[in-house]
Design a protein around this ligand. Structure first.
Ligand code: ARG
Length: 585
């Protein structure tokens, strides 16, 4: 039962009867007390050389008797559609019984690989990984709900200099002695060792030229799978993955594939071979590059101050192999696409990262398309997330100006949630605090358009009133508690007895329609708005009616079913946002 489609069919039939045979599309409306609206008659006016109001009137005049909707023409030439009480009633009961709650899957199911991790082994997850994790996880759930088959891959950064740096540092600390036959006793490396080793090594590399060179040699040895370097690499990777996955889990994000740059490495030779065979690679100062600029891009336009060429619409060539034979970040991502396409038949591969990687993915995608590494018809998409800023409007940093660790953000959120719960006199166990803290963060994030920057305002996000995560969680908790107090009393058929009910059902219809908008825009903000509007409509209903003490039994049964439907729709949407609801708050 899809109201938009039903109305469109009714309009189509009427237009045929009126002699037009036109498809007229319908959208939600809050104008003039109607529920849906059709603006299509304006366009027909030109085509038929008639006054649009007359066309609208003719069409409406030919609408067949309909119990669910009332059609009206409104000047200048809108067709307004109001859902009748009978219409609200039947759709509400349908959504209550329908497994998807009235939501329809896409006509075509696609196979999608979603890459939204990007955590780096041996380095702590940081704030830059936060938005991709939140957004990617929700897109995955949205795509799945609408029928796509989605595989998520964390795509670990596990193959760079940080590996050599970390190993060398641990070695110098004597923690790898057993691997090099210097001790009989194996020292078990801990996550704390790792968390200390990398930052220390990273600082050392700046001032100690020797240390840096050595770390580069170690990195190469790891990459050539030389022992014991490679074995140690595997130990570090495993340890790191445990910590990384625990942190992602706190955010509600999980991945089917825990592959990384190291896995792609095995496909770099092959990727470069394919590119060469297609005649796409050329040598430049010893390195191997691929020209990817299209017409109108990379147009030389004079000189920069430092004497280099300045380009209009720059699209530099993609560097795929260095003079010393080493592969680069771009090569890894190209090889990853090759690897994925060997294993799966994918309609789309999508990435979520911030804007700093725009050029990178643009280049990678073009190389893959030109070389056929990505087959024709496969969509490669870079979903660019805006940055999370502090109150100063600049990317969120610690007080001392360092990048913030993800763990610290989660700690902050949980702490704040505990404070709030305590001041409300509710229990503030760790699990509840985590659900509320992280829920607040996620909703604050996802209610913004993915591509926009936003300000991280913990007080605003954490408010129990207004368009926030905790408000939504609270509304579900409230419904749960009403139903609990009703002690298992069963609901009955939903019927319409007041405006607040119409409002709730209308908001559910709108919420349902927002899923397609989110799918199209690859952004969850419309769903967040739909969810909040539904919660507000429920709050109004709840304030005006005493569900528990309603004396008319049929009406009470209808109320019970209606709030059960509200809860079902809210939980469905919250699940897409990967926001959990606590038992009490
Ligand atoms: N590891 C990278 C970083 O931390 C992000 C990886 C993004 N994903 C990709 N397929 N390149 O910056």
């Amino acid at each position: 039962m899809n109201f938009v489609k039903e109305i469109e069919t009714a309009l189509k039939n009427a237009s045929i009867k009126a002699g037009y045979d036109e498809n007229l599309s319908v959208s939600f409306s809050n104008m003039g007390g109607c529920d849906f609206q059709c603006n299509g008659c304006f366009a027909l006016s030109k085509k038929y050389g008639k006054n649009p109001f007359d066309i609208a009137s003719e069409i409406v005049g030919n609408i067949e008797e309909n119990k669910l909707f009332k059609f009206e023409v409104s000047r200048p030439a809108f067709i307004n559609i109001k859902v009748t009480d009978e219409g609200f009633k039947s759709v509400a009961n349908f959504m209550l019984s329908d497994q998807m709650g009235g939501l329809e899957k896409n006509e075509i199911s696609q196979k999608v690989l979603l890459d939204y991790g990007g955590a780096n082994v041996a380095k702590a997850l940081h704030i830059g990984h936060l938005r991709p994790a939140i957004i990617g996880e929700s897109l995955k759930r949205l795509y799945r709900l609408l029928g796509d088959e989605v595989i998520s891959d964390v795509h670990l950064g596990d193959w760079g200099l940080q590996m050599g740096l970390t190993e060398l540092q641990l070695f110098e600390e004597g923690k790898l002695d057993s691997y090099f036959g210097r001790s009989q006793q194996r020292y078990d490396i801990t996550i704390d060792d790792l968390n200390e080793a990398y930052p220390t090594a990273n600082k050392r590399k700046v001032n100690e030229e020797d240390f840096k060179k050595k770390a580069e040699e170690w990195t190469l040895k790891i990459q050539h799978k030389e022992e014991p370097y490679y074995e140690i690499f595997k130990v570090i990777r495993e340890l790191s993955v445990k910590e990384i996955s625990a942190n992602y889990l706190k955010l509600g994000a999980s991945f089917e594939l825990w592959k990384g740059e190291s896995d792609a490495h095995d496909f770099c030779d092959e990727a470069v071979k394919v590119i060469k065979e297609k005649g796409l690679a050329r040598e430049s100062e010893g390195a191997l590059i691929v020209d990817v600029a299209n017409e109108g891009e990379n147009i030389p336009a004079g000189q920069n101050e430092d004497g280099t060429v300045r380009y209009n619409n720059p699209m530099p060539p993609c560097l795929i192999q260095k003079t010393n034979g080493a592969y680069l970040y771009a090569t890894t991502d190209i090889a990853t696409i090759l690897m994925r396409n060997k294993e799966y038949k994918l309609d789309r591969i999508e990435y979520v990262t911030d804007g700093r990687q725009k050029m990178h993915f643009n280049q990678v995608f073009r190389v893959c398309k030109k070389s056929g590494i990505s087959p024709e018809g496969q969509e490669l998409v870079h979903i660019v997330n805006g940055t999370m800023n502090g109150s100063d409007g600049k990317p969120f940093k610690t007080r001392s100006g360092d990048t913030v660790k993800l763990e610290d953000i989660i700690g902050m959120l949980t702490g704040k949630a505990k404070e709030k719960l305590l001041s409300n006199g509710a229990s503030s166990d760790d699990e509840t605090a985590l659900m509320i803290g992280v829920g607040a963060m996620k909703f604050g994030d996802l209610s913004n358009t993915v591509s926009k920057d936003y300000v991280f305002d913990i007080d605003k996000f954490m408010a129990f009133e207004g368009k926030t995560g905790p408000y939504l969680q609270y509304m579900v908790v409230r419904i749960n508690s009403i139903l609990e107090k009703l002690n298992g009393k069963e609901g009955g058929e939903i019927f319409i007895s007041c405006d607040e009910e119409r409002e709730i059902i209308s908001k559910i219809l709108k919420l349902n329609s927002s899923y397609q908008i989110c799918y199209r825009d690859r952004s969850l903000n419309a769903l967040c708005t739909g969810l909040y509007d539904l919660a507000s409509a429920f709050a109004t209903f709840y304030n005006n009616h005493n569900i528990i003490n309603e004396s008319d039994e049929n009406r009470q049964k209808s109320f019970i079913s209606l709030i059960t439907l509200v809860r079902k729709k809210m939980l469905q949407a919250l699940d897409v946002l990967a926001i959990k609801v606590p038992k009490k708050m």
